[in-house]
Design a protein around this ligand. Structure first.
Ligand code: HAM
Length: 431
């Protein structure tokens, strides 16, 4: 074979795509219930945007960006995440700032040059929500509530929220220095990567998975002991609100640091069963300084992103193939135009309010096959009925493909359509 999908990417085919469509539709439904509105930003942005927001010392920026120069000599990057683009759009569009706080969401592909493995891709999809314009703990609680509502709507009952606070510009530098000094004292026992992180990003050492580093990390000072009074109060507030919400399981995880630099105060991840090593379905946190950093008004904010591949993998959602209702079979080549007209007319369904209509799914042969070959094709499509043209003097002949028997003839198109709709409803009610 000549071409394959690029490494770390995949095709979503019929049979699988239905799960994606269900997830997207349900997500939009839940977002709507919470009052969140969709924003679609470009898939590439100026490279600076991500370096600035995600942070030059992070793995994402150092190793994972898909960066290229366009013909105008601009450095552009395929978005590795959705928060920085959304904040850029928020700052650039006063319309987004009109209703405060602003509740926004996005669904789309992200790109990271990572080492592919189960649950980790180079193009992957995220659902993200961002709440801009509130510094209150109740905003954090709403975010987590929304996250859990999306999981629940997908039938994912067993999920745990890991919660931490990274402090703010007052207390984090103090903690950073404490932890740097601590790891410096254990420098010789740390892995190579961690020794490098000591200078650039000592907090990330807490996230190291190398076994020999584990005991040192366990003994490290906790960020929660370094929080300043306002950060401590905020964190307590978030926890007490979450305790008041039934069905949200959370655990304090003082070693949770996240892989992006824009966070302040609350950070969280949601873990689901059955995802193995890549078991974070999603994560997020507060980023109170980012809007201001991008030249916007001082706007505290919080958000999260969910990895759609991971959510689908853990949801156990089935893939219901949409069933073909009828194939129109031309008994001779001259009847093909009539087949096409009949199919069109059967697909129309004018009765009932638009939201309740579910017209018939009707196919015709476009390959010029014989009547016998069309019947074989009709049965392959899984159609419930075959309808034959040209119409007999007494009406349309209809074959029930499931039961392998003929139905009563139907006098005209209208009668045929009503008959098929009614029988479909009855068949669906029976199952
Ligand atoms: P993140 O933790 O980098 O956060 O990504 C969120 C989720 O995206 C992960 O938990 C995972 O489910 C999924 N994900 C990340 N990388 C991959 C990959 N290579 N393959 C498959 N899935 C992946 C963010 O992106 C932040 N923008 C979240 C946020 C929003 N914070 C505030 N607002």
């Amino acid at each position: 074979m000549k071409y394959q999908a690029p490494k770390g990417t995949y095709d979503i085919l019929p049979g699988e795509i239905e799960r994606w469509q269900t997830l997207e539709a349900r997500t939009r439904g839940v977002m709507d219930l919470f009052g969140y509105r969709e924003v679609r930003t470009p898939m590439f942005e100026s490279t600076d945007l991500f370096v600035r927001a995600v942070g030059g010392a992070t793995d994402i920026v150092r190793k994972e960006l898909y960066t290229f120069e366009d013909k105008g000599g601009r450095s552009l990057t395929l978005r590795p995440e959705g928060t920085a683009p959304l904040v850029r759009a928020y700052v650039a569009n006063p319309a987004l700032q009109q209703t405060q706080p602003a509740r926004l969401y996005y669904i789309g592909p992200m790109f990271r040059y990572e080492r592919p493995q189960a649950g980790r891709f180079r193009q992957f999809w995220q659902i993200g929500a961002e709440l801009l314009g509130s510094a209150k703990p109740i905003a954090d609680a709403e975010m987590i509530d929304l996250f859990v509502a999306i999981l629940r709507d997908m039938g994912l009952a067993k999920a745990t929220v890991l919660l931490n606070s990274l402090g703010d510009s007052t207390c984090r530098p103090v903690y950073r220095e404490r932890i740097r000094a601590y790891f410096e004292a254990h420098r010789d026992s740390l892995c190579e990567d961690d020794r490098e992180r000591l200078e650039r990003n000592p907090l990330r050492i807490l996230d190291c998975k190398v076994p020999k580093c584990a005991p040192i990390i366990r003994g490290a000072p906790s960020v929660l002991d370094s929080l300043c009074e306002p950060c401590r109060e905020h964190f307590d507030g978030v926890q007490s609100l979450l305790r008041g919400l039934q069905g949200i399981e959370f655990k304090i995880e003082s070693r949770l640091v996240r892989g992006l630099d824009y966070y302040t105060r609350t950070v969280f991840e949601v873990h689901a069963e059955g995802l193995g090593a890549q078991n974070a379905v999603g994560g997020g946190g507060r980023y109170d300084d980012l809007v201001k950093d991008f030249g916007g008004p001082d706007t505290p904010a919080i958000g999260f992103s969910i990895g759609m591949e991971r959510l689908i993998a853990s949801s156990g959602l089935g893939s219901d193939l949409p069933r073909v209702d009828a194939c129109v079979i031309s008994m001779n080549p001259e009847a093909a135009p009539e087949a096409m007209r009949l199919a069109r007319s059967l697909r129309d369904q004018l009765a009932g309010p638009p939201s309740r209509r579910r017209p018939l799914r009707v196919l015709v042969d476009v390959a010029g096959r014989s009547a016998g070959a069309q019947m074989k094709w009709a049965s392959k499509t899984g159609a419930r009925w075959a309808v034959f043209v040209p119409r007999d003097p007494e009406g349309y002949s209809v074959r029930n493909m499931d039961e392998g028997k003929d139905e009563p003839r139907q006098s005209d198109e209208r009668a045929l359509r009503e008959f098929l709709l009614e029988r479909r409803a009855a068949a669906e009610a029976a199952t």
